[in-house]
Design a protein around this ligand. Sequence first.
Ligand code: FES
Ligand SMILES: [Fe+2]
Length: 423
Amino acid sequence: MLSSNDNDLMCRTGRDTPMGKAIRHFWIPALLSSELPEPDSDPVHVELLGENFVAFRDTEGNVGLLDEMCCHRGVSLTLGRAENYGLRCIYHGWLFATDGKILETPNIPDPKYKSRFKAKSFPVKEAGGVVWTYIGKPADMPSFYDFPFIGAADDKILPTVQIIGCNYVQVLEGLLDSSHLSILHISQFRQAALPDIKFVQNTGHMQHDAAPRIEVEETQFGLHYGAQRIFGEKAETNVTAFISPFFILNPNDIYMAIVPMSDEKCAFYSIWCDGVQDYGLEPLRSKQLQTVGLDKLEECGMTRKSFYTSAKACRANGFRQDRVQVAAGHHTGLGSFVQEDAFICMSAGGLRDRSYEHLGTADAAIAQMYRSLLKSARQVEQGGKPIAYQMSVANLSGGRFSLPVGTDWRSVVPGNAAQTKVA
Ligand code: FES
Ligand SMILES: [Fe+2]
């Protein structure tokens, strides 16, 4: 349970909020590289922490991120044209380079005019199939992440993004909540036609125990938590890491980032990578996407464009719940894993009230995440740095282990807090 003040402190990320300032200390995923598929492809509207940007790929393939509104008279550059080594505003034809330099001002004859100022641009890096940006104070810009998937070959990674109509903390909660897998997703586990892939092998046991033993460990980067389900001599163990303020390292080879777009909308990035399997190649790529429902984002209003159409799940369309399927025995009627997760989170409202919730032992990791996020916001509010700022994350991970009953899960987790080094 949180007071409404603490809830706002944790969830609101606009430019002048404490949590907004905390998150602006980090490199943030802005969009997937594949959303700008080729030089001079269509520009993309990017929302981050309540601010609007435009991303484009120039004629040479370089990515730029600019303030969305043209610095001439403030219209949207998302309507613009990527051409001639820049992004052209269609109103009066001003052309901007990726660094904000003004290359052409066709309606202003003075050739010196364009060198007097620049459009506001932001640093970007393309890595791991993601375009990352930094929108905080230049003096606070940290070194870039050293996650193992950064720099992995394209055939070893499967990057995806879903747009979800609720606050980022609501999605994070679902990712620190092992018990819901055995209930919300029960019909997915019971399907007859699941492919023989690692994700299915690693999660199948969950359908048999909805009350895992949950233990949480506060760490320098946020938290580790272990969820154990006991079957005879074995403790089937899933360990998840939360790296403040928005990363989840999931036991199933998934690096996740839940990025606030606004206070009531977020972008959920999943990068599948274990360094071994060809997640980026067929047939594994399609099997992964189909198994969890990531192949159906467009029709469910969960892509950057379809989110703004009637395809999006909302109260008016009953969150797309298929009651005929429910009557036929499907537990939710909401679709596959990602639809069930997204729509159940959205059903709580854009930014849910936590003043009347009742957390139990199953929610221990969620409660610790609240404490971690609030601590970061308060530290920044008092002039300090947020948790996990400038931290090496190379050795951190989640993990899936089949352990003899009684084994301490902490002893097998790579990057356990005791081994974590601060860069
Ligand atoms: S408003 Fe963009 S060029 Fe005039
Ligand atoms: Fe889920």
